[in-house]
Design a binder for this molecule. Structure first.
Ligand code: 5GP
Length: 299
């Protein structure tokens, strides 16, 4: 680098460091909230807020010392050198939720949509959430398919006949509805979702891909989560291992899964389903419901 450029770069670096110091000072004096600084960082990663290391931001918060900062970084699984503006979508969500609870900002209610390819385990993850996180409001869809053994009307689905489903469509009761696997119809009732969001509660929808897209069109503020298999081979194993479908049906589902996997980049956040409990926890964290394990980890 020529001498003049090097000198200019040096001056720019000093100016940037000064600008970051001003931000940190403002957080330390409680003139600015760390969460607000993070939001600025994500809107503009090249800003002083964006180029600040996460560690520095946490250190500037009142009551945070090196030990607590180190523990928090570990909890949030954020590498030591990471800059706030350089965080990926999932880490942003985690940090946002952590900062929100630490700074006493009530969690925003939000609509989270969980989708993913056939047989990735969406149903298992949402059942796990239903059974282990009673504070999460899981939307109950209406469907025209008959109940499977053990499924309870009003808990797993509202099992309705075709006429009732048609009437619900006519009355505008669905946020979205679709025919899934060319078979039965499924729809997401809108009134309970509107009521929950209005009262400050977050809602989780477990629906198919076309449903997720329809929700995003109707409610752009919804957070779309894509559940990924640990690998393609594992997805094939899960898809064929069910043993409930014919060979032709299995081949058709594999083809569908390929197309569905290609949709992952339309989603805001991806969660890998290595393990049901872990995937469920990650989804619940995204809901940022006060009182969930993520909020309880605050010190
Ligand atoms: P299952 O019949 O196995 O419970 O669900 C079949 C598929 O329907 C799953 O992919 C599930 O995500 C999807 N599904 C369940 N409820 C809804 C809904 O309300 N809307 C849409 N679009 N898909 C749904």
């Amino acid at each position: 680098m020529p001498e003049v450029d090097r000198a200019a770069a040096g001056r720019a670096a000093i100016a940037a460091r000064r600008a970051r110091a001003v931000v940190k000072d403002a957080v330390h004096r409680r003139e600015r909230r760390a969460l607000e600084v993070a939001e600025v960082a994500w809107a503009d990663p090249a800003s002083p807020e964006g180029t600040m290391r996460v560690r520095e931001l946490l250190m500037s918060m009142p009551g945070m010392g090196p030990t607590r900062v180190a523990r928090t970084m570990e909890e949030l699984a954020i590498a030591d050198a990471k800059r706030v503006g350089g965080l990926g979508p999932r880490q942003r969500e985690k940090l946002r939720s952590w900062l929100g609870s630490r700074e006493g900002i009530p969690a925003r209610s939000r609509l989270v949509v969980l989708a993913g390819p056939t047989a990735v385990g969406k149903g298992t993850v949402s059942s796990h959430i239903r059974d282990n996180y009673p504070e999460v409001l899981l939307s109950v869809s209406a469907t025209t398919r008959p109940p499977r053994p053990g499924e309870v009307d009003g808990r797993h689905y509202y099992f309705v006949d075709d006429d009732t489903f048609d009437r619900m469509i006519a009355q505008g009761e669905f946020l979205e509805y679709a025919t899934v696997h060319n078979a039965s119809r499924y729809g997401t009732p809108r009134p309970p979702i509107d009521a929950a969001l209005a009262s400050g509660r977050s809602v989780l929808l477990e629906i198919d891909l076309q449903g997720a897209r329809a929700v995003k069109r109707a409610m752009p503020e919804a957070l779309l989560v894509f559940l990924l298999p640990p690998s393609w081979e594992e997805l094939v194993r899960r898809l064929t291992g069910r043993g409930t479908e014919s060979a032709a049906e299995q081949a058709r589902r594999l083809e569908t899964a390929k197309v569905e996997l290609a949709a992952q980049d339309e989603f805001d956040v991806k969660v890998v389903n290595h393990d049901v409990g872990r995937a469920a926890r990650e989804v619940v964290e995204l809901l940022a419901v006060p009182g969930t394990p993520s909020a309880r980890t605050r010190s």
